[in-house]
Design a protein around this ligand. Structure first.
Ligand code: ZN
Length: 252
């Protein structure tokens, strides 16, 4: 049976000289491998399609027993050529791709992750942002969209608004915030906690309620950016089970 669907190409490999395997993300199937038989020989069926970081409309067919899918042909929708020209931006895009490849979202979560990754790549393509925050924002947003719902607006204990707090404490596990006054009255906040500046909570709340297209407008003082990165790392490791270490993601 043949079908067609938009896919983001995450990784491409070669086998038997002219054949390719392609690791894909689609909105309905999540992350999976498909085979492009003769993909490296065919000039016509896959023009410019078989490279990582491409958005392609592929037509698929399953083999008789349904154990694998092969790619019949593809047409390139977006090759993200501006990203590929800029090494620093390309590094950020590849980081997001690697994260998705290892996160391996279920088919139910696939559309959320697909839309988020595509919008993030469009942002990188159009604005070529400075700095290295986008992969962190992407991971935080992925965790938020996949069900991690922190309550950063107020103290979980007394209800004081987080806005204006001196040094709030955040529980990575529950996503709850405790103000300085309540901290002294409590023996311990459950699980892993991080002390952050209020600007971090504001930034993360803003990420939760915006889409990637808005992120080009975000500017953070260096210490807020540093604390935000550490907090995002901690809750992505806890809630999605992936940690960035020495240039690679590892499952934790
Ligand atoms: Zn309080």
């Amino acid at each position: 049976m043949r079908s067609s669907e938009k896919a983001l190409v995450l990784k491409v490999g070669r086998f038997r000289e002219v054949d390719a395997w392609v690791r894909l993300l689609t909105p309905t199937q999540g992350v999976f491998n498909a085979f492009a038989f003769g993909g490296f020989r065919s000039r016509r069926r896959f023009v410019g399609c078989l490279d990582p970081l491409n958005l392609v409309l592929f037509s698929f067919s399953a083999n008789k027993t349904g154990t694998y899918q092969s790619l019949e042909e593809g047409s390139l929708i977006n090759g993200f050529f501006e990203i590929k020209k800029n090494t620093a931006v390309l590094g950020q895009a590849v980081n997001c791709l690697e994260f998705v490849r290892l996160m391996d979202p279920s088919p139910q979560d696939a559309r959320i992750v697909f839309d988020l990754l595509l919008e993030t790549l469009e942002l990188l393509e159009e604005t070529l942002p400075q700095g290295d925050m986008i992969p962190f924002l992407f991971r935080a947003k992925a965790a938020f969209e996949l069900g991690y719902r922190p309550a950063f607006e107020e103290c979980a204990s007394c209800g004081t608004a987080a806005e204006g707090m001196k040094s709030p404490l955040v529980s990575v596990e529950s996503g709850q915030v405790v103000c300085a006054a309540c901290q002294s009255g409590r023996k311990a906040v459950d699980g892993v906690v991080r002390r952050v500046s209020p600007g971090v909570l504001r930034s993360l709340e803003w990420i939760r309620t915006t889409r990637p297209a808005d992120w080009a407008r975000l500017s953070m003082p260096a210490d807020v950016a540093r604390q935000s990165r550490r907090l995002i790392e901690a809750f992505v490791a806890y809630h999605l089970g992936l940690q960035w270490e020495n240039g690679y993601f590892k499952k934790v």
